[in-house]
Design a protein around this ligand. Structure first.
Ligand code: SF4
Length: 198
C-alpha cells in the first residue's frame, strides 16, 4: 500500500486551458487515515497562490465550523475535483472534470473515508452523477459507488455561500455537525454500520 505522497500530482498537462492559467497543481491535504474527506470544486486564486485547498475566506469559514464540530482541519482530508485553477474562477468543464477524475478516485480509494462531504454543486453533481439542488438537498446523505466501492456522501453548501447569503450559515453548520456525527467525532459510533446491505 502506498502513501499519500504517492497521490501528489506533480506534473500533468491534460487540461490545456488550466495549464495556461495555473501557478501550480493544488493537491489534497490532510492525513491518510482521515475519516472525513471534503471535496471542493477546484482551486481559486488563494489556493493557486498557496498550493492548498480551501484557504482564504472560504477556508476560514470551513475551519471555524470544523472546530465547532470537533473536527480540526488537521484531522480531515480536503481535496478538489480539479487540481488546477480554472481561469477567472469559471466552473471546470466536463472534460476537465473527467481528466482529473482518476486522481480524485485514487485519493478516495486510498483514504476509504467514513464520509465524503461535497462542498457545493459541482462536486456534488460530479460524484453523484445527477443534478443536485444544493440548497434544498444540503444535509442529505446518499450511498454512492465510486469505482465499484461503496461510500456515504453528505451534500453540503459551499462555505462561500454563507458569506453571500447569511441564511445559509445554519445549513452549513448543521451539515458539518452531521459530518462529525457520521465520522464518530462527536463521540457517537457514527450511526449504523457503514452501508450495511449496500
Ligand atoms: S486539472 Fe487535473 S487533469 Fe487537468 S491539468 Fe490539472 S491536474 Fe491535470
Amino acid at each position: 500500500m502506498g502513501t499519500m505522497e504517492d497521490l501528489r500530482v506533480t506534473e500533468c498537462t491534460q487540461c490545456s486551458k488550466l495549464v495556461e492559467c495555473r501557478s501550480r497543481i493544488v493537491n489534497g491535504t490532510g492525513p491518510e487515515d482521515a475519516d472525513v474527506l471534503f471535496v471542493g470544486e477546484g482551486p481559486g486564486a488563494n489556493e493557486d497562490e498557496q498550493g492548498e485547498p480551501f484557504v482564504g475566506r472560504s477556508g476560514s469559514v470551513l475551519d471555524d465550523q470544523l472546530r465547532i464540530a470537533g473536527l480540526d482541519r488537521e484531522t480531515v482530508r480536503i481535496t478538489n475535483c480539479v487540481r488546477c485553477r480554472p481561469p477567472e474562477n469559471r466552473d471546470p468543464t466536463a472534460e476537465e472534470l473527467e481528466n482529473c477524475r482518476e486522481y480524485l478516485e485514487t485519493e478516495i480509494d486510498r483514504l476509504d473515508p467514513e464520509v465524503i462531504v461535497t462542498l457545493g454543486k459541482v462536486p456534488s453533481e460530479h460524484l453523484l452523477g445527477r443534478s443536485v439542488a444544493v440548497t434544498a438537498e444540503a444535509g442529505s446523505v446518499e450511498d454512492v459507488r465510486i469505482e465499484g466501492a461503496p461510500y456515504r456522501l453528505l451534500i453540503c453548501v459551499h462555505p462561500a455561500a454563507t458569506l453571500y447569503d447569511r441564511s445559509q450559515e445554519e445549513t452549513f453548520a448543521e451539515t458539518i455537525e452531521r459530518a462529525a456525527e457520521l465520522a464518530g467525532a462527536d463521540g457517537s459510533d457514527g450511526g449504523q454500520t457503514r452501508l450495511d446491505g449496500f
